[in-house]
Design a protein around this ligand. Structure first.
Ligand code: ADP
Ligand code: MG
Length: 653
């Protein structure tokens, strides 16, 4: 006895999405078929994979997708014998939106409307390309259907479920029957256009239309997409007869093992969309062929923009593993190191066994070899791009530079040198341009023995830092790093082509020829001796906050700055570790004062008159506060600083 159909409400976000779909004026409505076929293909892959380990489900043979059109009834059916869904899965997968990509789509749609100045209800202001850009999946079928019916039966179970909706706020669920596991989706098509133009909806009950769409979007789908073809023949006596045969609409040619010259750019891009669900074209397509003792083909893609979750641990990694064209697993992280996690694509390893598990993969020698080759090829592609298409490379760097630099942290990476070659940074040489380390080295002054750099919380903050003053004045170029990751890899004292990278915010600074350094060093030591009591006084006042107060050779115009002692951890690394819940050793900064600033002799005069003058403590606090502001734009003790400032003003006014 079957129960009566139960009515359910869609999640609010699904309603919004459906509203957009139902009223869409999007001209390229054909893409709904791609979405449904891609879902069917996923379901077939899932079944094949599950059947490997659950013998009761298998063997998964004759996996296929079938299209059936009925022109009279105006229906189109898409059917698969894949994994199917339980009732709960139908509710979860078809009644709610789990994908953040879809949320992203809704957000973009709302923004577009707001920009157009149109009200919520005005559908016409939704730019048509939006839907094509986002893979909005199953719901896109409501662009062409006034009602959708889905009957599905999960592999391994006997009960089937029928889901129906007209794309308004709700759907119904009831028990159903289905002879085999899999899913059947029946679209009750909206009336065909007679004006064609405006709504752009073709007659999806026509064989040639379906054939054309499948060829365009789904030719590489690895499972046969079948459709019945009716052949009409006349015999010698002129009597008409019909034969019906199955036609496979797609070539199923795995795009990755076809020679490069045979695959068109459009095919590469379409395949990218198929596997990545990205709506923009890839920045680069990278076909890889590994031959010799082991054989593998890969088709990798460098996306042109970063996914919103690039830095989230849950990010969907991009490489799929196939064995001899059979899909084995998604998100195969054994094939790409974390710093290349944004690379999308497929890898087809010919010599692996089909039922490899993650555990086996981690130890598998072949996988190691393949991974190494893939990384090599990706880095070589990046190198080439950096050399030959610098504009593309800048785009890449803006999107993925910080992720790529994570590779500089790993102790395992053999490719650190290559990553350094690929690294770009802002520089004092040209505020408007990023520099490579190679370019920096080419501009180094004679006798310069290190690559100077400065790190900070933002590009603006580093560019403004007083620590740069002497370097700029003496014509030494400094690289400016401001990604959080920079603090960490630079902390490890890397070398580029045998030159050490040296922080200018750390230890003491000596620039120029041997002679110049000697002379400057002596002068500074002399002044340091003269002012040593004053400096001690400053240190004592600020004892909790600084390690030492000394004279600086870094400053030309600013009165003070903060630096780290040569062997201490940088303050930002300390803060980062603290944020990660660790307790690094507390290292206090060194306060450096500019011996050539007019303030210093005046302070000295106050000090000489009366060592206990309360103004000394106030001035010291202000100097420290100022140095903090120049360093990070932030004060550790804003209240104390304001008080000291008010106090000084009061005395001066
Ligand atoms: P996506 O495919 O990106 O996950 P869709 O909106 O296309 O998003 O589909 C939503 C979900 O519905 C799928 O993830 C899948 O779990 C389920 N689904 C859709 N079509 C099928 C199908 N033919 N067989 C099994 N499950 C399906
Ligand atoms: Mg889908």
């Amino acid at each position: 006895m079957s129960q009566a159909a139960q009515r359910h409400e869609f999640q609010a976000e699904v309603k919004q999405l459906l509203d957009l779909m139902v009223h869409s004026l999007y001209s390229d409505k054909d893409i709904f078929l791609r979405e449904l076929i891609s879902n069917a293909s996923d379901a077939l892959d899932k079944l094949r994979f599950e059947a490997l380990t659950h013998s009761e489900l298998g063997p998964a043979t004759d996996l296929h997708i079938r299209l059936e059109a009925d022109a009279k009834a105006r229906t189109l059916t898409i059917q698969d014998n894949g994994i199917g869904m339980t009732r709960e899965e139908v509710v979860r997968n078809i009644g709610t939106i789990a994908k953040s990509g879809t949320r992203e789509f809704l957000r973009a749609a709302r923004e577009q409307r707001a920009k157009g100045g149109a009200g919520e209800g005005d559908k016409s202001s939704l730019p048509p390309e939006l839907i094509g850009q986002f893979g909005v999946g199953f719901y896109s079928a409501f662009m062409v259907a006034s009602e959708i019916e889905l009957v599905t039966r999960k592999a391994g179970e006997t009960a089937a479920t029928r889901w129906r909706s007209t794309g308004d706020g709700s759907y119904t669920l009831e028990e159903a029957e289905r002879a085999e596991h899999g899913t059947t989706i029946t679209l009750h098509l909206k009336p065909a256009d007679d004006d064609g133009e405006e709504h752009g909806m073709r007659d999806f009950t026509q064989e040639y239309v379906l054939r054309d769409i499948v060829k365009r979007y789904s030719d590489f789908v690895a499972h046969p997409i079948r459709m019945k073809r009716v052949n009409k023949t006349k015999d010698d006596a002129g009597v008409e007869s019909e034969t019906v045969e199955d036609e496979t609409l797609n070539s199923m040619k795995a795009i990755w093992d076809r020679p490069k010259g045979e695959v068109t750019d459009t095919e590469y891009k379409e395949f990218y969309r198929h596997i990545s669900h990205d709506w923009t074209d890839p920045l680069r397509t990278i076909p890889v062929r590994i031959e010799g003792t082991l054989e593998a083909y890969a088709l990798l893609y460098l996306p042109s923009q970063a996914p919103f979750d690039l830095y989230s641990p849950e990010m969907k990694r991009g490489v799929q593993l196939y064995v001899k064209r059979v899909f084995v697993m998604d998100e195969c992280k054994e094939l790409m190191p974390p710093h290349l996690r944004f690379i999308k694509g497929v890898v087809d390893a010919h010599d692996l066994s089909l039922n490899v598990s993650r555990e086996i993969l981690q130890k598998d020698r072949q996988i190691q070899v393949i991974k190494k080759q893939l990384v090599k090829k990706v880095l070589a592609t990046l190198e080439e791009m950096k050399r030959d298409q610098p504009e593309d490379y800048l785009k890449f760097w803006a999107a993925f530079g910080p992720a790529l630099k994570e590779g500089l942290l790993s102790y395992e990476t053999q490719d650190k040198d290559k990553l350094l070659e690929l690294t770009l940074a802002a520089s004092t040489a040209d505020a408007a341009k990023l520099s490579s380390l190679e370019e920096y080295v080419g501009r180094m002054k004679e006798g310069q023995d290190a690559i100077y750099f400065l790190t900070g919380p933002s590009r603006e903050a580093v560019a403004r830092s007083p620590l740069l003053e002497t370097f700029v004045a003496k014509g030494y170029e400094v690289l400016l790093f401001s990604d959080p990751i920079d603090e960490l890899w630079l902390e490890r004292a890397p070398r580029f082509r045998d030159k050490p990278l040296r922080s200018i915010g750390r230890g003491e600074v000596q620039l120029g020829t041997e002679e110049e350094r000697k002379k400057e060093g002596e002068e500074l030591a002399e002044k340091q001796r003269e002012l040593s009591d004053l400096l001690t006084c400053v240190r004592l006042v600020l004892d909790d906050e600084i390690k030492e107060a000394r004279l600086s050779s870094r400053l030309t115009t600013s009165p003070a700055c903060l630096v780290s002692d040569a062997n201490d951890m940088s303050p930002r690394v300390q803060r980062m570790l603290e944020q990660m819940g660790q307790a690094p050793p507390k290292a206090k900064p060194v306060l450096e004062l500019n011996p050539n600033h007019p303030l210093l002799p005046k302070l000295q005069a106050v000090f000489a008159e009366d060592k206990t003058d309360p103004r000394l403590a106030l001035y010291a606090k202000l100097l420290l506060g100022q140095a903090h502001l120049a360093d990070s734009g932030q004060l550790p003790d804003p209240e104390g600083f304001s008080k000291a400032l008010a106090d000084v003003m009061l005395r001066a006014v």
